[in-house]
Design a binder for this molecule. Structure first.
Ligand code: AMP
Length: 281
């Protein structure tokens, strides 16, 4: 496994791999990341991972300075998972002096996470464009855990005609259903126990929809009621949205399906999760 920092080092090592799958990450890796690494390795024959806590996707007052980091542990996990190349750029390797470009994806970034975290997706799209340009992978891998991010990257890749495939991996969960996240480490013991309510609420709404409840307002209310039952949880949003436009729905059209998603705070920790209602055939 080669570990590189500068773009020149990256370029030299990149030439060794005819096909390469890239998994962009912010480090503090867990099984969600590693599942993408294994998928990349299996599909492309070689897997690259970038580890970069991207300052431009954090808003003022967010957790940039406290974001968890443990490079030694990450590298150990990545060796075990079979990664071939790890890029750990410094801020100046991604944004060298004179850097003046931003990538903004319109429309779908106005809602959900984009509405609550202004500038977040411009930070994400810009850094991913730099990572993809520098690594030039055959395929790039992203987790369904960040559903809106997936839509933003797919939109950017299509619109900019990027010569690669965007692949989406399923959300990896803890045994109680909590989606794995580097931010779970912020939770106190009590908060961690309550945090399983995110997935319980999503599953309850999915079950209701599968049982014929297509009223999106009723599904939002069902999710909200379950979350309110957890005293430590504070709802940021619950959403039943069109899977493509991400616009809030009044009624689910079973032929189109829906994205059920939510953001919930536990103290200073903000967690997100989602499930997809697939279109019925
Ligand atoms: P992050 O390090 O949080 O930026 O995540 C890097 C990549 O891993 C993103 O594409 C995430 O969507 C993905 N990811 C994070 N958590 C999970 C999870 N629990 N299951 C699957 N993918 C995940």
């Amino acid at each position: 496994m080669k570990v590189v920092t500068t773009r020149a080092e990256l370029r030299a090592v990149r030439a060794e791999f005819p096909r390469l799958g890239l998994v962009p990450t912010m480090g503090y890796l867990h099984e969600g990341h590693l599942s993408l690494v294994r998928m990349a390795k299996q599909e492309c024959g070689a897997a690259a991972v970038s580890i970069f806590v991207n300052p431009t996707q954090f808003g003022p007052g967010e957790d940039l300075s406290t974001y968890p980091r443990d490079l030694d542990r990450d590298l150990r996990y990545l060796r075990e998972a079979g990664a071939d190349l790890v890029w750990t750029p410094r801020v100046e390797d991604i944004y060298p002096s004179g850097f003046a470009t931003t990538v903004t994806v319109g429309g779908i970034t106005d809602v959900l996470e984009g509405a609550r975290r202004p500038g977040h997706f411009t930070g994400v799209a810009t850094v991913v464009a730099v990572l993809l340009g520098a690594v030039s992978p055959t395929r790039a891998y992203f987790g369904q855990k960040d559903a809106q991010q997936v839509r933003v990257i797919q939109r950017m890749a299509t619109d900019l005609a990027l010569p690669l495939d965007v692949v989406v991996g399923p959300t990896v969960r803890e045994s109680d259903g909590l989606a794995m996240s580097s931010r779970n480490t912020y939770l106190s013991e009590g908060e961690r126990a309550s945090a399983s309510v995110l997935y319980r609420a999503l599953c309850a709404a999915r079950a209701a929809a599968e049982g014929g409840e297509f009223d999106a307002h009723a599904l939002r209310r069902l999710m909200a009621q379950l979350i309110v039952g957890e005293p430590m949880a504070e709802i940021d949003y619950v959403s039943v949205a069109d899977p493509d436009s991400l616009a809030e729905l009044a009624t689910i059209d079973p032929a189109r399906g829906a994205l059920l998603s939510l953001a919930v705070r536990f103290g200073r920790t903000r967690l997100i999760d989602n499930v997809v209602l697939p279109p019925s055939r």
